[in-house]
Design a protein around this ligand. Structure first.
Ligand SMILES: Cc1cc2nc3c(=O)[nH]c(=O)nc-3n(C[C@H](O)[C@H](O)[C@H](O)COP(=O)(O)OP(=O)(O)OC[C@H]3O[C@@H](n4cnc5c(N)ncnc54)[C@H](O)[C@@H]3O)c2cc1C
Length: 714
């Protein structure tokens, strides 16, 4: 910090300290001002300029130093000087004081904050540069964020001081008037009867409802800006249109129909979307077959001499389709029609923020709705690796149609889908090579979880290549090869089939979003606010197309918010609760997680204690020869509050539910420890992890005393 900054900082700190040391706050109380009102009135009559000037200066000082008291002074001004004089004076004094606080914050902290958090503040900075005045105006008009915080935080952003001053002055005027009015009314009370005067009650009611009125006005102004140029239909055919009948769309439509809204669900391909047709369901069905095959190979471990199971790959794939068919009725047009959903087959495209065109072959129709939910999902991302366009690649979209088992299979990608499928095909006997660019598989999870999964994949026969980058596909000696680079050296990997599983891309093409200018995130998902509204408040997005999580259960979770907000947002809307989100990767062993893990807690600067219980110690796991994995719990420092849990082991996806429930309802490890768990089950691992936590915190001093008592009593 430079000398100038140091001096200013010391002076400001000394002034603020004086306020508290000399208890100056007592002079900024309603009681004190009321007691002194007649004395002030007399002084004001004798020398109005001096009193007004003094009050103005004091007001500026209090606000510039961000001291408590500005609200009381505003009320006092109303009481002492009357409405109009007080309004003008407070309006100028508060804006001047706010600007001084803003400048001090900018001078002292702007450079340091921007250089330290510049990258993270990039979006805020860009937003402030683009719409800073409007944003500040909203904050000023809707007084939900305390006045002094706005002054200090705005000083850290790139907004111009001049803009800050005038926007503050204009934005705060209405709120100031409401406060001054209350002060004026309070100043006129001489008796208890005055407390019940219509004027005073009216002033307080206005004070209470002002933030809502201001918020409503700002929402209208903002909406007006966004919808400019579009013609809103006078009436709508539907309350809600939902685009896409995957998990997100189905749940949205279901909720809408349940609450008696007129809802249309549009699907261009298959009801059930990815999860049913190309995602969770087929993958879990094939994983099960592979597990059976693998168990047979492990037969000796369980006392058999050997089981030589033989299978036809095509029969396995038939079973996968049978599983899909069995679940299909849950997501069918028949079921949803019975529930009251108007189901349409066809491709949906926006014509305006309220109009959707449905195209099915030659048949085209247009529907209107007050609200629209985009639930169009995502598809496999195919990276632009040279030569890839000449190869018939496999992705999770077309994998389920193959009838012949790939002999040599390359799996590109070390994420959950890549790991699940690499292990599955290896267990079924394919020669699988898995390629990951990063240093380890499943990079989002614990390093220890990655290590166990990698070991298990290798045991299943997968040739795991981390730190390997796919460079190009080509053909050598009439064989397909992928050239991979590792440590500056290129190696050719021959293969028969390649499965690309390097991530997913939101389905936004063909929806007509360009005309609406709906902004997307860098990963392609539609930008939404915390209520899942897009740039257009009546257009919502949920599920994979909205992110940030891309799971079936998060799609369904978001769907509740999207549909309820879309239908009832005019009364009340809800922010999506992302506090407790679980997920699981269904490798063997499974890796399940809820909340933060160590690496995320470190990145977010969260302080935590860590407790680990090894599943190799668990009776049931030993009995099942499944004694591999662990339960790792992160708790808040010095408490049993659970911040996050990772479980690696058989049935980890089921075991984690206990912790999900505990986190959701604020139950700590003591409660889990105090709950009876059936012996012998895998679920006991949860209790034993809590026991490890408790053991590490046993009261040693007290126990020494207890031991002495026992010694005496023997
Ligand atoms: C191999 C694999 C395994 C997975 N395993 C799991 C798992 O175990 N657990 C888990 O939670 N998640 C898993 N997932 C993820 C899960 O499948 C998705 O998160 C989930 O399906 C997302 O649902 P959604 O409704 O957002 O999108 P989708 O299910 O993709 O549905 C979107 C629908 O919109 C339709 N659509 C798109 N554009 C239009 C248009 N213009 N007009 C009309 N219709 C349109 C599409 O045809 C599609 O049916 C897996 C995914 C894959 C690929």
């Amino acid at each position: 910090m430079s000398i100038k900054k140091g001096l200013l900082f010391t002076a400001l700190a000394a002034l603020i300290a004086c306020y508290f040391v000399f208890d100056l706050g007592q002079y900024f109380s309603l009681d004190y001002i009321k007691q002194q009102q007649s004395a002030f009135d007399a002084l004001y009559q004798d020398n109005p300029a001096l009193i007004l000037g003094g009050f103005f200066g004091l007001y500026v000082l209090v606000t510039a130093l961000s001291l408590p008291g500005a609200a009381i002074m505003t009320l006092a001004a109303g009481a002492l000087f009357g409405f109009w004089i007080a309004l003008v004076m407070v309006s100028f004094a508060s804006s001047a004081g706010a600007t001084l606080a803003f400048l001090a914050s900018r001078f002292l902290f702007h450079d340091a904050v921007q250089s330290r958090f510049g990258e993270r503040l990039k979006k805020l900075n860009e937003g402030v540069k683009k719409e800073g005045a409007f944003y500040l105006f909203t904050l000023r008009l809707v007084p939900v964020v305390p006045f002094f915080i706005i002054n200090l935080v705005m000083g850290l952003t790139p907004i111009k001081a001049r803009t800050f001053y005038w926007v503050s002055q204009v934005g705060m005027l209405a709120g100031t008037a409401v406060y001054v009015n209350v002060g004026t009314q309070l100043g006129q009370i001489d008796s208890l009867k005055g407390l019940l005067s219509v004027e005073l009650i009216g002033a307080f009611v206005l004070l209470g409802i002002f933030p809502w009125i201001a918020k409503g006005i700002m929402a209208r102004v903002q909406a007006g800006k966004v919808y400019k140029g579009w013609k809103k239909p006078k009436q709508f055919d539907r309350n809600l249109i939902v685009i896409g009948a995957g998990a997100a769309g189905l749940v949205s439509a279901y909720i809408a129909a349940t609450v008696k809204a007129k809802v249309t669900l549009i699907e261009k391909h298959k009801m059930g979307g990815d999860c049913l047709n190309t995602g969770c369901v087929p993958s879990k069905a094939l994983i099960k077959s592979a597990r059976v095959a693998f168990n047979d190979k492990q037969a000796e471990k369980y006392g058999f001499e050997a089981i030589n199971s033989r299978f036809r790959f095509s029969s396995m794939m038939e079973r996968v389709q049978q599983v899909i068919e069995k679940i299909e009725p849950h997501d069918s047009v028949e079921r949803y029609s019975e529930l009251g959903v108007d189901c349409r087959q066809g491709e949906a495209r926006f014509l305006s923020p309220w109009e959707v065109e449905i195209r099915n072959g030659d048949h085209v129709e247009t529907l209107t709705a007050r609200s629209i939910i985009i639930a169009s999902g995502a598809r496999p991302f195919v990276p632009p690796i040279p030569g890839i366009e000449d190869i018939d690649i496999l992705t999770s979209d077309n994998l389920w149609q193959i009838e012949e088992q790939p002999k040599r299979l390359l799996v590109l990608g070390g994420g959950p889908i890549g790991c699940e499928l690499a292990q599955t095909f290896a267990r079924l006997g394919s020669e699988v090579t898995q390629i990951e660019m990063l240093p380890r598989l499943m990079i989002r999870e614990d390093a220890e979880a990655s290590e166990i999964v990698t070991r298990s994949l290798k045991e299943s026969g997968v040739h795991v290549l981390t730190n390997h980058k796919a460079v190009r596909f080509s053909e050598e000696n009439s064989e397909k090869v992928l050239l991979v680079e590792h440590d500056g050296k290129e190696t050719a990997l021959p293969f028969d089939q390649v499965l690309v599983a390097v991530g997913r891309k939101a389905n936004t093409d063909g929806l007509g979003l360009d005309a609406l200018q709906l902004p997307t995130e860098t990963n392609g998902t539609i930008q939404t606010n915390d209520r899942l509204q897009s740039r257009y408040p009546n257009i919502y997005a949920c599920g994979d197309v909205a992110g940030p999580y891309q799971f079936t259960h998060t799609a369904a979770h978001q769907a509740w918010y999207a549909s309820v907000n879309a239908l009832f947002g005019f009364l009340k809307s809800f922010k999506v609760d992302y506090r407790v989100i679980p997920w699981c990767t269904f490798t063997d062993p499974e890796v399940a997680r809820v909340g933060v893990n160590e690496q995320e807690a470190d990145e977010q600067g969260i302080e935590y204690d860590i407790t680990r219980y090894g599943i190799d110690d668990l009776d049931r796991a030993i009995a099942d020869s499944a004694d591999l994995g662990y339960v790792k719990v992160l708790t808040a420092k010095g408490s049993d509050k659970i911040l996050g849990v990772t479980i690696v082991g058989q049935h980890a996806g089921e075991l984690i539910s206990e912790y999900v429930l505990a986190m959701k309802h604020g139950l700590g490890l003591n409660k889990i420890l105090g709950t009876i768990h059936i012996y012998p089950t895998m679920a006991e691992a949860n209790k034993f992890a809590a026991g490890e936590w408790k053991k590490a915190r046993k009261p040693e001093g007290l126990l020494r005393w207890v031991e002495r008592i026992h010694n005496v009593r023997r």
